[in-house]
Design a protein around this ligand. Structure first.
Ligand code: ADP
Ligand code: MG
Length: 169
């Protein structure tokens, strides 16, 4: 996928009420304005990368890019599970992410247990793979430190370690 790593940020909105949190795996949803900016070669499936809420710490994440039921599955959705336990929900905050790599395609599962097991495998794979030096580098990208600065809507300076694409906010 030539568009990886892919940098993106936007407000955390309410999702589809699928009860991800009840499964122990809450997913922060991006609005359409962010999803609409996804390059065509970033298809549906499960991705790993880095994420930060507001100007907080940068954590590992897994993201599901899937088909949005609200649009009769013609439009993508982006849902990020940050691999960290937060004290509180962060609806309305700005979530910054970098998609680093692809794990697997989307699929359906015969049971909730099988789904949860698959997601936990994704989380383990993300945790391990992101320890590679070339991926750890992205955790320190200027993109994250500039998250809430007034210049964050401007194109990145040459100091950024890689191509930065901003959308939404
Ligand atoms: P929704 O359908 O509204 O997306 P979820 O059950 O998927 O509901 O929960 C997502 C919300 O949980 C996020 O918007 C965020 O405010 C909160 N949250 C708490 N911890 C996390 C986390 N580790 N990763 C993602 N979201 C989290
Ligand atoms: Mg969600």
């Amino acid at each position: 996928m030539k568009s990886l790593p892919y940098f993106s940020r936007g407000e955390v909105i309410r999702g589809f009420g699928r009860g991800s949190k009840e499964l122990g795996i809450p997913t922060a949803n991006f609005p359409d304005s962010v999803v609409d900016n996804l390059p065509a070669d970033i298809g549906t499936g499960i991705y790993y990368g880095w994420a930060c809420v507001g100007n907080g710490d940068v954590y590992k994440m897994v993201m599901s890019i899937g088909w949005n039921p609200y649009y009769k599955n013609t439009k993508k959705s982006m849902e990020t599970h940050v691999i960290h336990t937060f004290k509180e929900d962060f609806y309305g905050e700005i979530l910054s992410v970098v998609l680093v790599g692809y794990i697997r395609p989307e699929r359906t599962y015969n049971s909730l247990e099988a789904l949860i097991a698959a997601i936990n495998n994704d989380i383990e794979e993300a945790k391990m793979t992101l320890e590679l030096p070339e991926h750890l580098k992205l955790k320190d990208d200027n993109f994250f430190t500039s998250a809430l600065s007034p210049s964050s809507a401007l194109p990145p300076t040459s100091a950024s370690t890689s191509q930065t694409i901003l959308n939404g906010h």
